[in-house]
Design a protein around this ligand. Sequence first.
Ligand SMILES: Cc1cc2nc3c(=O)[nH]c(=O)nc-3n(C[C@H](O)[C@H](O)[C@H](O)COP(=O)(O)OP(=O)(O)OC[C@H]3O[C@@H](n4cnc5c(N)ncnc54)[C@H](O)[C@@H]3O)c2cc1C
Length: 403
Amino acid sequence: MTEAKTEYDLVIVGGGMVGSALACALAGVGLRICILEAREPQRGWPSSEVDLRVSALTRASQRMLEKLQVWPRMAEMRISPYTDMEVWDAGGNGRIRFNAAEIGEPDLGHIVENRVTQLALWERLEALPNVTLRYPAAVAELVLDQRPTLLLQDGDRLSAELIVAADGRDSQLRELADIGTKGWDYDQHAIVATVKPTLHHQRTARQRFMPLGPLALLPIDDGRCSIVWSTSPTQADELMALSDAIFCARLGEASEQVLGEILEVGPRGLFPLRLGHAETYIRPGFVLVGDAAHAMHPLAGQGVNLGFMDAMTLADVVIEAHGAARGIGSMTTLRRYERARKGPTMAMLGAMDAFKRIFSNEVMPLRLMRNLGLDIADRSGFIKHQLIRRAMGIAGDLPTLAR
Ligand SMILES: Cc1cc2nc3c(=O)[nH]c(=O)nc-3n(C[C@H](O)[C@H](O)[C@H](O)COP(=O)(O)OP(=O)(O)OC[C@H]3O[C@@H](n4cnc5c(N)ncnc54)[C@H](O)[C@@H]3O)c2cc1C
């Protein structure tokens, strides 16, 4: 007996933030889309609880989410704008501050819980025609020939003109497509948690660079902060094992009490950090987006922002190819996507890596130089302006939905 084969124009594997945003962007153009997600989405939680996973969303990502009509729903749940950013070096006096008013903007970006962005996108998808959501779904096989096909573990077969892998850093689909990655472990783990400090954060995102890794304190609208504390695996294990009271005391020291004492900490989560970059983003009828294509250090909070720009660039090329009756999965179409995305991604991966190495180096001349560098950048209006525009994701060529 042969199993039924369901035909789509496009199948997206992975309904995380990036895969869902892509489906939302493509839903209105008449393509038959299926999105396969391994997990049941989280639909509700106590409003006093802050998700362990938060992201600093850039202005470019905000514009995209507004155009996809999910920003108001996200704001209803919780978004936390930040107006200032402060970065300093534990090994000296170098410090740089950014303020939104300096460039005539109301804020520099927003700290948003991942589940908020995720749920708003899912609710939107559920309301859109032409999109089939399947969860929990598990892929067993990928066949990339004339018409790419996925065999699911429940025996179903799906075929499409284009299969998109949006299944995250450890992408199963990337492996099934036999695409290798280049990269290495950062030899750092990130501890994430929500904390309550004595002082109000004043809507300032702070990052202190220490020899073992950076500590970020990200402001949540109710006065709490979400922390991302990157450090050696050994220290991370030690910090994870501490009682809440001792962890708070250690965090207070590590943050130089910039927000006073840390009064409370919620549950802690641990993420091993790794740089990974796919050797190619495309095969005929197959494409990688988001963390499946590139995974990086969270120190500049760029991972999902880059992923959103991948999704919007791919939406642009697919919509154009579809309108011109050219193959959406052809290499001509997909090369345009890859050409547009590889450059900015490699630049960001390189910059994040250099940052991490420079700031974890204790050699005296380098330490002096980085402190001097921070001070010079802080005093130079031009450099600062450029840095802010980059951090907000509004420099350079942007896909249609992010403009
Ligand atoms: C500690 C930390 C802090 C971070 N902070 C920031 C930040 O401030 N700003 C920022 O921009 N980025 C940040 N990032 C990075 C950001 O979280 C990622 O870049 C982002 O989650 C990538 O989104 P994605 O949709 O590509 O992948 P994922 O979020 O990994 O989503 C993949 C989805 O695919 C599903 N899936 C996986 N395998 C399969 C399969 N075989 N079949 C079907 N479904 C599957 C998963 O269930 C999931 O829903 C941070 C990362 C870490 C670790």
